[in-house]
Design a protein around this ligand. Structure first.
Ligand code: ADP
Length: 392
């Protein structure tokens, strides 16, 4: 059965087509600059990457072009072979704790939640509508980044602020990257043959979050009301003292929106290094002795171990610390910098085993008190799996 996993942004559309339940990836790609000039798309097929420039009027045009590529490349004979389409949705509020069918009622809740994710939810709805019109016979599902975190208890999802902020305006922790953390937990449970694992899952990409998981359920996560909170990231500050916002607004004569932009797009690795948001550039800078890159890396590691230590205590005992996403899967030196700081907990890396990129592997030493694993994430597959389960 063929299932399409879709991630729609305001001007982009990422997709991966799977043959399920074999979990075979047939084709993937991204349409970019939809609705603006110089639009193009890239597809990955049989290990080859192809880029094509073409006009993309809207998301519907992108889906129509996708159908044409699928037929031209003999991946399907007709679009009716696509049995299901799973849509990634950033914000599901307190409404969704699992993947659901894209009924009109559910889509209208996603629209209603747009004030909590103004850049993402409206774009996702555009994607759903376009998919519905191009694939009228496919089962469409909504897969929420926040759903996995709905098991967090109230004493951990609330902020110590006036209570009516929660009751009147839904101010609380929602978290993000839930689909990735859920995949990591599931993969570890399957590989280790245990469903009672206590896991600290570190999703370290351009955005990053750390999640405490017990028996496959989320206990706490580092991102908050928005993905801004938690650890330092590529361009986001992570946790800060909010009092600096009005202070810098006055100093620089900026609006709250402009300061938020600085905190979202000009902070983190980029803000501190003054060089790049990409950890590969930071690593190069460190090799060249660049003080600001050295500082950025130290600050990143500080912020990560703060959460690992906190969740270690919260969980009581930890079976696995998992590293995933771009930095977690591929930065050998960052994993090593983080684990080195966990020595007081008896946690130790094996430098030889750690010499790995993008593969499922145990990287802790034999005497480490906690096992450490690299677990390449696959949010797209999780979306396809959820969709398959709902079709069944
Ligand atoms: P996103 O959060 O955008 O999905 P990814 O999970 O793909 O991001 O992670 C992207 C980040 O991973 C890059 O910005 C870079 O910092 C880091 N990264 C990717 N490859 C490597 C590598 N070989 N070594 C170190 N860092 C890497």
């Amino acid at each position: 059965m063929k299932i399409l996993s879709v991630n729609a942004g305001s001007s982009s559309l990422k997709f991966t087509l799977f043959d399920m339940p074999e979990e075979k990836e047939l084709i993937s790609g991204v349409f970019e600059r939809i609705g603006i000039e110089n639009s193009f798309y890239t597809i990955k097929l049989n290990g080859e990457k192809i880029k094509k420039e073409t006009e993309l009027k809207d998301h519907k045009a992108a889906f129509e072009l996708l159908v044409k590529e699928l037929i031209d490349n003999k991946i399907v004979d007709s679009l009716d072979e696509i049995a299901g389409i799973g849509h990634r949705i950033v914000q599901g509020g307190s409404y969704f704790d699992k993947t659901v069918l894209a009924t009109e009622d559910n889509i209208s809740i996603v629209e209603k939640l747009s004030s909590l994710a103004p850049l993402h939810n409206p774009a996702a709805v555009v994607g759903i509508r376009a998919a519905q019109s191009v694939f009228p016979n496919a089962t469409q599902t909504l897969v929420f980044d926040t759903a996995f975190h709905q098991t967090i208890e109230k004493d951990r999802f609330l902020y110590p602020v006036p209570y009516n902020w929660y009751t009147d305006y839904q101010v609380r922790k929602y978290g993000a990257h839930g689909t990735s953390h859920r995949y990591v937990a599931k993969k570890l449970q399957e590989e280790l043959g245990r469903d009672d694992l206590n896991i600290i899952s570190c999703h370290l990409g351009n955005g990053g979050s750390i999640t405490a998981i017990s028996c496959g359920k989320c206990v706490d996560t580092s991102m908050g009301f928005t993905p801004h909170a938690g650890i330092m990231m590529g361009t986001r500050s992570g946790d800060i003292d909010v009092s600096m916002v009005p202070y810098v607004m006055e100093k620089e004569g900026k609006s709250a929106g402009e300061i938020m932009n600085d905190l979202n797009k000009k902070s983190g690795f980029l803000g501190i290094s003054g060089l790049s948001s990409d950890s590969r550039d930071i690593e190069d800078g460190i090799k060249e002795g660049n003080e600001r890159c050295i500082l950025a890396q130290k600050m990143f590691v500080n912020s990560v171990i703060k959460y690992i230590a906190q969740y270690y205590v919260l969980l009581g005992h930890v079976d696995v610390i998992a590293f995933t996403a771009g930095i977690g899967e591929k930065s050998i030196s960052t994993r090593s910098d983080i684990i080195e700081r966990l020595a007081p907990l008896g946690i130790e890396i094996d430098p030889e085993e750690n010499n790995v990129r993008g593969k499922f592997k145990k990287i802790s030493s034999k005497k480490s008190s906690v096992d450490i694993y690299v677990v390449p994430t696959n949010e797209e597959l999780m979306i396809a799996e959820d969709t398959l389960n709902l079709i069944k």
